[in-house]
Design a protein. Structure first.
Length: 137
């Protein structure tokens, strides 16, 4: 589902059962119809309970950002990119800007990102298979 204004209006009217949007799209909590798509409540969506507390245990569909280098990139370069990005994420103005937009700063190691990414691929592949979802559906 797209995250445009039309989709939000359809969710608000009830003609669409579920819409996912970034926390910065905080119009929904004011309607009393919002749910947080993380496993725990977040301060960016006051009053929005996690889906797990609304009858969908284990539900999490977080948007995330990561920097990924092409296969074969020398490990020293990957580490340098990581180190520089980690420094940038600790700059107060950067951290404040990101958290004000509903982001949680994680900044894990390249190995942690690899593990996370592989887990996401496995998890969503299972959702696609179980739901018999095809491109264009």
């Amino acid at each position: 589902m797209s995250h445009d204004g039309l989709t939000r209006r359809k969710v608000l009217k009830g003609s669409v059962g579920l819409g996912l949007a970034a926390a910065s799209a905080s119009i929904l909590p004011r309607t009393g119809r919002a749910a947080d798509d993380s496993l725990k409540a977040t301060p960016q969506l006051p009053g929005a309970k996690p889906m797990a507390e609304q009858g969908v245990p284990g539900f999490s569909a977080l948007a995330w950002w990561g920097v990924i280098a092409p296969a074969g990139t020398p490990p020293a370069l990957v580490q340098r990119m990581h180190d520089e990005l980690a420094k940038a994420l600790k700059v107060p103005a950067v951290a404040e800007k990101l958290t004000s937009q509903g982001m949680d700063i994680v900044g894990g190691s390249p190995q942690e990102m690899d593990k996370f990414l592989r887990g996401e691929i496995t998890r969503w592949a299972e959702v696609v298979k179980k739901g018999n979802i095809r491109a264009g559906d």
